[in-house]
Design a binder for this molecule. Structure first.
Ligand code: NI
Length: 164
């Protein structure tokens, strides 16, 4: 974090009261932290909206494993996009329902496309993609991707990457 700047904001009193009630419900103990989070959220949304931006995220899927071919189809789609998948976690919720959470990493547009395919599969009852940025301070795409390439050489090679 850099130097601290103090700012004053002119705000409608009613709006401020409503904001205070809202952040209190969320457990904030001070306004500054709530404002900081709002600002970060806006910056993350702006960053992840750029198709070429590098993002990390999760895809959460609920499905009935009895649905015809769903298990095979999910595996196939994930293999086709293996360069985007960091890890997966699976929980058998009850007799029928499965919860699968994928940690994803890659360019925003490809991650979004991949999530759309998964969520749109017949048999997936509910799904959601959450995209974020590893750190708002690490927004120098170049430095970050190079450091990451050293850590995970495989992920940077896009050869044999079957796009669907
Ligand atoms: Ni299961």
């Amino acid at each position: 974090m850099g130097e601290l700047s103090r700012i004053g904001i002119a705000l409608d009193s009613d709006l401020l009261k409503r904001f205070d009630r809202s952040i209190e419900k969320s457990g904030y103990t001070n306004r500054s932290e709530a404002f900081r989070d709002l600002i970060r959220d806006r910056l993350v949304r702006e960053h992840t909206a750029a198709p070429e931006a590098t993002v990390v995220g999760t895809v959460t899927l609920i499905y009935d494993h009895h649905a015809s071919g769903i298990t095979e189809k999910l595996t196939e789609v994930q293999h086709e996009h293996h360069d985007l998948v960091v890890s997966t976690s699976h929980a058998h919720l009850d007799h029928d329902s499965c919860l699968e959470v994928l940690i994803v990493h890659g360019k925003a547009a490809r991650v979004q496309h991949f999530a759309d395919i998964l969520i749109g599969l017949k048999g997936v009852q509910h799904g959601r993609l959450v995209m974020t940025v590893p750190s708002l301070d690490a927004r120098h795409e170049h430095d970050h991707s190079q450091a990451h390439a050293r850590e995970h050489p495989r992920r940077n090679s896009r050869k044999g990457d079957k796009r669907s």
